[in-house]
Design a protein around this ligand. Structure first.
Ligand code: C2E
Ligand code: CA
Ligand code: CA
Ligand code: CA
Length: 285
């Protein structure tokens, strides 16, 4: 398992780690990739939902769809391990479409059950974002599930966004016209600047977890987060802090008027059953 854990521990660098096509050299990963081919048809994939919380009210304003692979022998395989393999092999395209379908369907089901409307955030990988028929696929999924576009938020990483800014802008403008919301994920890790992202039709910036992790130990990081929040807000964006685990972090984020938080301090990614229970209990409060 060493290789897998190694990949996992690399955290936000793991995409670089895989970019040399490790599955070609590592038999363990090759087996994993073969198994992944069947995961969809064998119904081994599931979507967990992590609530996003309004920092002042504590209310759940949205959910992020997070993919899980429940393998019969290997157990729960983490996305940091298999998403790069799915990306490399192209399997991310059908898998990602399935996630979109499942998450939109779920959001519609919650609305149909009378729960207050929520934003559903779905991650798009670089390869998915580059599919020529992405916009049509999203339109079709919205139509099939009956979810209104304004309740879907697509998350692309900062790195995906800046790879080809003109291309990104063209696609995002089409999505925005459809009414879908756009979020920049892992913000702060891609070495871009907000002045470059400003040309894109964005709604939300998600400050990468690595910043929140260092917040209480490195005063410079606190300054950086504060600057991101104020600059983002001056550009009309909503700010979400990822990976909030400690009360101290929350207090700081409140003090600088960050709108939303997502993190283990509030909720871990939840099964659909658990997420539904929590939404019901919140709506009757
Ligand atoms: P991400 O999009 O940045 O998602 C946030 C990750 O941070 C999730 O990990 C979540 O469980 C974790 N997290 C949230 N709050 C905390 C916290 O307080 N502490 C800690 N330690 N972690 C926290 P997860 O679910 O393992 O997903 C990892 C990555 O895999 C995601 O990072 C995303 O890049 C990718 N991923 C997950 N699902 C999908 C998907 O459906 N499609 C694509 N393309 N990528 C996905
Ligand atoms: Ca995300
Ligand atoms: Ca993120
Ligand atoms: Ca991440």
């Amino acid at each position: 398992d060493a290789a897998l854990y190694h990949a996992k521990d690399k955290g936000r660098n793991n995409y670089q780690f895989y970019s040399v096509s490790l599955s070609a050299k590592n038999p363990e990963l090759l087996t994993l990739e073969k198994n992944l081919r069947y995961a969809l048809e064998r119904a081994e994939l599931t979507v967990y939902y992590q609530p996003r919380v309004n920092i002042t009210t504590g209310q759940i304003t949205g959910m992020e769809a997070l993919l899980r692979w429940q393998h019969p022998e290997m157990g729960l395989v983490a996305p940091n391990v298999f998403i790069p393999l799915a990306e490399e092999s192209g399997l991310i395209v059908p898998i990602g479409e399935w996630v979109l379908q499942t998450a939109c369907n779920q959001n519609k089901a919650w609305q149909d059950a009378g729960l207050p409307p929520l934003m559903m955030a779905v991650n798009l990988s670089l390869k998915q974002f580059r599919q020529p028929n992405l916009v049509e696929t999203i339109a079709r999924i919205l139509e099939q599930t009956g979810l209104e576009a304004q309740f879907l938020e697509l998350e692309i990483t900062e790195t995906t966004a800046i790879e080809d800014l003109n291309f990104t802008r063209t696609v995002l403008q089409e999505l925005e016209q459809m009414g879908v919301y756009i979020s920049i994920d892992d913000f702060g890790t891609g070495h871009s600047s907000l002045s470059r992202l400003q040309m894109l039709p964005l709604h939300n910036l998600k400050i990468d977890r690595s910043f929140i992790q260092d917040l209480t130990t490195d005063v410079k990081v606190a300054h950086i987060i504060k600057a991101i929040v104020s600059l983002g807000q001056s550009l009309g964006l909503r700010l979400t802090a990822e990976g909030v685990e400690k009360e101290e972090e929350l207090e700081f984020l409140k003090s600088i008027n960050c709108e939303d938080v997502q993190g283990f301090l509030f909720y871990r990614p939840l099964t659909v059953q658990k997420a539904t229970e929590i939404l019901y209990s919140q709506s009757t409060k």
